[in-house]
Design a binder for this molecule. Structure first.
Ligand code: FES
Length: 322
């Protein structure tokens, strides 16, 4: 396996958004524009202590953003080190290696209305998407779920004139009559052409999925921070990878991932999260023949793509365009 090429950015500004969330503005060290991206994209941040985490870009690309990136980092109580490292060890002026932006959560061109549901820090990609939609005059609604106003990150951007008419806030500790969104009634009916995008903590994602269980799969788009608690293992029965372009087969043992098996024969597939979340390891292949265990591909993408860090063959063989 291999890590993707990195670039170095300078931490231009750190601002506290809530008691638990800091925003980091990242710029090119010599003032050049950073690589362009589309709303919904994320980057890998390689931080002090050897940790690497994915963070969504929380601002739509625009002339005003001057090629800079903004990420929001919530300090997790159960941090395995990543969010604690960002909060405690990273300071303004520091240089950080990051990956180029990658987008597995894009806005769908075919949608006639976009319904964006954000839980807590999950608002970061959806904020960028809402800004992009507002800039192009598209029809959208942004629903943000937070504990209270005090726990609402990027409040200035949310309340900006371009977004305010599209914003619905659900505050757990807010005024019960005016600031509650009932997911079941919100999602009970789907107007034709509406696409639903959701990002937030695991429980929130599940609640949305349950309430939208009757929505067509291709109209529901999710971005997970971590694999759901009930996610299956990435190992399983042995199978064979058939590499169509090379004309060879590669065995995958029961305790191996496809990425590991390919690495053993000298074929390096770039990886990042290794949990099926980020899309870095996705390749073209016979998706119909795969047992998909990722959380980043849509139903239609799964017909011809496979995330090799976690997915396996349904049967004895899986063909890939490698
Ligand atoms: S490495 Fe992230 S989806 Fe496979």
């Amino acid at each position: 396996m291999s890590l993707e090429r990195t670039l170095t950015v300078r931490v231009e500004r750190i601002s506290r958004q809530t008691p638990e969330i800091l925003a980091f503005e990242l710029a090119h060290p010599w003032g050049r524009p950073l690589p362009s991206y589309e709303a919904g994209a994320h980057i890998d941040v390689h931080m002090p202590g050897g940790f690497s985490r994915q963070y969504s870009l929380a601002r739509a690309p625009s002339a005003a953003s001057a090629g800079r990136y903004v990420i929001g980092v919530k300090r997790e109580l159960a941090s395995r080190g990543g969010s604690a490292s960002m909060h405690e060890r990273v300071r303004e002026g520091d240089l950080l290696p990051i990956s180029a932006p990658r987008n597995t959560f894009p806005l769908r061109e075919e949608a006639t209305h976009h319904l964006l549901l954000a839980g807590g820090i999950g608002m970061t990609p959806l904020l960028a998407m809402a800004q992009a939609l507002a800039a192009r005059g598209a029809a959208f609604t942004l629903c943000v779920f937070a504990r209270s106003e005090e726990h609402l990150a990027f409040a200035d951007a949310l309340h900006a004139p371009a977004l305010a008419p599209h914003l619905r806030l659900h505050l757990d500790q807010g005024d019960a009559s005016s600031q509650r969104i009932d997911l079941r009634s919100l999602l009970a009916q789907r107007a034709p052409g509406t696409h639903l995008y959701v990002c937030g903590p695991g429980g929130f994602m599940q609640a949305v999925r349950d309430a939208a269980a009757h929505w067509p799969e291709d109209a529901l788009h999710t971005e997970y921070f971590a694999a759901p608690a009930d996610a299956g293992a990435v190992t399983g029965l042995p199978f064979t990878l058939k590499l169509a372009r090379r004309g060879i087969t590669v065995p995958v043992a029961a305790d191996q991932t496809a990425v590991d098996a390919l690495h053993e024969v000298g074929i390096d597939i770039p990886v990042s999260c290794q949990q099926g979340l980020c899309g870095t390891c996705v390749v073209e292949g016979d998706g119909e023949g795969a047992e998909h265990r990722d959380f980043c591909l849509t139903g239609s993408e799964r017909r011809h793509k496979v995330a090799l860090c976690c997915s396996r063959a349904k049967g004895l063989e899986l063909e890939l365009q490698l």
